[in-house]
Design a protein. Structure first.
Length: 279
């Protein structure tokens, strides 16, 4: 039985993935419980997949981990199910994606020939995104910041065109869009965790930063990156209140307490999995 989540540092995840690969190569029967992190950038192949209902894109990504290397000549099962009493109140995007998927599955059940008997067909993808975004108001998906829309900055850029004397050949404000737009929210911070060599790196970081030790500290922090976990600022505050963290280098580096990291599941709270940190 294996577990993978964003509540584990990168070094921990790599070790687990290596163990999974070894078990699969040894033809061992195994179960891997994972969050979405296994959906992309992980070249691993299972005999079957069970996926909680989410968006079609997530379902297809998960299916890409089933018989990925063609070990079996026949298609292998990918099952999509709903979780009893699942609470998605604060996860609007997942809830809306589930609704769109349910609508698609109902149509597919009635008229599979319309989709070429393939849920990953172009027709299925088109109907899914139509159900997901079709009723959205205009510009609902556009990124709005500083009284400007990202799409406009990268296309007509009417504000720029109001200056006819401009010497530039292109209208698009690429630099401005790049400075303003962030794919991921930047309100996140890293926590150094006591896993493997992470314990050693924690021991090498002093509570107070001395200017005489800057070079050594920089090297330690660089080597410690695989033993860090990124969490939101809000989660940092919650963990502080629960006494899960200490600091090094005059408070500039957060360190997770020894009893808050589990060798199997990563960050935990007491004896329970700290589910708010599983992304």
């Amino acid at each position: 039985l294996f577990h993978l989540s964003a509540g584990m540092c990168m070094a921990h995840r790599k070790e687990v993935l290596n163990d999974i690969q070894a078990a699969l190569c040894g033809k061992e029967k195994l179960i891997c419980v994972s969050t979405q992190l296994i959906e992309a950038g992980v070249d691993i192949s299972f005999g079957s997949v069970i996926r909680l209902a989410a968006g079609l894109d997530s379902i297809v990504q998960s299916a890409g981990r089933c018989n990925r290397h063609g070990e079996q000549t026949e298609p292998q099962p990918v099952r999509v199910c709903t979780l009893k009493d699942e609470r998605l109140g604060s996860l609007k995007e997942i809830r809306e994606a589930q609704t769109a998927l349910t609508k698609l599955l109902a149509e597919y059940h009635l008229h599979p020939e319309r989709y070429g008997h393939d849920l990953a067909s172009d027709a299925a993808v088109r109907d899914y995104y139509t159900a997901l975004y079709g009723d959205m108001p205009k510009r609902a998906q556009d990124y709005y910041i500083n009284e400007q829309y990202l799409f406009e900055l990268l296309s007509t850029n009417t504000q720029f065109l109001s200056k006819p004397s401009s010497p530039y050949m292109l209208n698009q404000a690429f630099r401005t869009a790049g400075e303003w737009f962030e794919v991921f929210d930047s309100n996140s911070e890293s926590i150094l965790v006591p896993y493997g060599k992470g314990k050693t790196f924690i021991g090498e970081l002093p509570e107070k930063l001395s200017r005489y030790a800057l070079s050594r500290v920089k090297t330690t922090l660089e080597n410690a990156k695989p033993y860090t976990i990124s969490v939101t600022s809000g989660q940092i505050e919650q963990m502080k209140k629960k006494g899960m963290l200490s600091t090094r280098l005059d408070g500039s580096v957060y360190v997770l307490n020894d009893d808050c990291y589990d060798e199997h599941i990563g960050i935990k709270e007491g004896n329970d999995l700290c589910s708010t940190l599983i992304l």
